[in-house]
Design a protein around this ligand. Structure first.
Ligand SMILES: [Zn+2]
Length: 78
């Protein structure tokens, strides 16, 4: 699956990177009332992008999900 340059750029960026333009929020997941994950769809290339707020530092990143599959929910330890 081809993704646009903006998706390629955001992939792997820290979760505190802001990207609101050109993407549509399509869903959120919470874990015990804490925001765990956001899903966006790119308006340009239709890629699904996950923004993950939980886990280790290297896991709290934006990740482009090829093929439009939903990512697994982060492990909820509580
Ligand atoms: Zn895109």
């Amino acid at each position: 699956m081809e993704v646009c340059d903006r998706c390629a750029d955001i992939d792997g960026c820290p979760v505190d990177t802001q990207r609101q333009e050109g993407v549509t929020l399509i869903g959120v997941a919470e874990c015990n009332g804490t925001l765990a994950l956001e899903h966006y769809r790119c308006d340009e290339c239709q890629a699904v992008i996950a923004r993950r707020f939980m886990g280790d530092t290297e896991e709290r990143i934006w990740s482009v999900i090829e093929g439009g599959q939903r990512p697994p929910l982060p492990h909820c330890s509580a």
